[in-house]
Write a protein that binds this ligand. Structure first.
Ligand code: ASP
Length: 329
């Protein structure tokens, strides 16, 4: 090749590279690189478990890796803030739970907009909770546990994942139902809290079945009741709260996938489709079942159904939180 021809070839190659770099993001197929999903709680807890299963399956469908990053603390608001302030390009997502519905009322001062800061992608699952205790807790039924809680309330401690977390709400319901406040110990997520229940340093905790089922089955912890109207297939021997004498002690924990406000609708739509495929993945469905839960129906894994459900849940919790005067600040 002559020197001139070589120079022309090099110039052409440089031009092509510059043109590719200048290609507007919208013209590149989404997703063209690794995605990150933020879990606003510590590793090893229920939100983390659900997210890892969904991320693996969604990543396969999208043809890209989805990295799961834990950003726990302050009842999930630290991780949520990260995503609200992230670039709205679909590459940074949030998988959060019912806390997205309680935070807007519980926290009167936040450095991000807890509703307007997000686009919805789809609901993921609704998970039952269980009331569990360290394995040498001196009770074997909910009635016995309530008697111990009432008698020893000053000595007992109850773990939660911070204000607005499901374990916090569940604990409030329990303490109200039995009229006995206990010392609460906040963690960055119930993953690390579970280790403390297993080791016996924490007495009691409410947590989603996605975290408690295997610990209950292995005998690492005790269980007193599920927080659901009907018994669970994964834990058929565990009585419901109503059967065990506390009908008002009921809570389930829904989870949803979000993107920062301003993420284009084509991208949230693409992510929603991938979420629907992930939720129908037989491997994911089977694992969810082992953990006492099930994916939502495909019609609920859409941006519209998710938003409607979320806004209704914010409206449901608002008077409850305001009535109780329970604010995070
Ligand atoms: N289960 C926790 C909660 O209390 C959060 C977590 O660690 O997933 O909401």
């Amino acid at each position: 090749m002559s020197r001139l021809a070589r120079r022309a070839t090099l110039a052409l190659a440089a031009l092509a590279a510059a043109a590719a770099a200048a290609l507007p993001a919208a013209a590149q197929p989404f997703p063209s690189r690794t995605l990150t999903v933020i879990v606003p709680f510590a590793a090893g807890g229920p939100t983390d478990t659900v997210t890892r299963l969904v991320a693996e399956s969604m990543g396969r469908e999208l043809g890209q890796t989805i990295v799961v990053e834990n950003a726990g603390g302050a009842g999930g608001t630290i991780g949520a803030q990260r995503v609200a302030n992230a670039k709205p390009d679909g590459y940074t997502l949030l998988l959060h739970h019912i806390g997205m519905a309680t935070t807007p009322t519980l926290y009167r001062r936040l450095a991000y907009d807890p509703v307007g800061g997000f686009e919805t992608i789809g609901l993921v699952t609704e998970v039952p909770m269980t009331l569990v205790a360290k394995k040498d807790f001196p009770a074997n039924t909910l009635a016995e546990a309530i008697a111990v809680i009432r008698r020893d309330q000053e000595k007992l401690n109850y773990a939660n994942a911070g204000i607005g977390a499901a374990s916090h709400l569940c604990g409030l319901l329990l303490m109200k139902a039995v009229d006995a406040p206990m010392t609460t110990v906040p963690f960055r997520g119930t993953g690390p809290a579970m280790q403390e229940v297993i080791s016996g340093r924490i007495d009691l905790m409410c947590d989603q079945t996605t975290s408690t089922t295997e610990q209950i089955k292995s005998g690492a912890i005790k269980v007193f009741a599920t927080t659901t109207p009907a018994r669970l297939e994964a834990l058929p021997e565990v009585p419901t709260s109503a059967e065990a004498g506390l009908p008002e002690f009921q809570v389930t924990v829904w989870h949803g996938l979000y993107a920062p406000k301003g993420t284009p609708a084509e991208i949230t739509g693409r992510l929603s489709k991938a979420l629907q495929v992930a939720l129908a993945d037989p491997k994911l469905v089977a694992r969810f079942a082992e953990l006492g839960t099930a994916p939502v129906a495909a019609a609920m894994a859409t941006p519209e159904a998710h938003r409607k459900f979320w806004l209704a849940d914010i409206a449901k919790w608002k008077p409850i939180i305001q009535g109780a005067g329970q604010y995070a600040d």
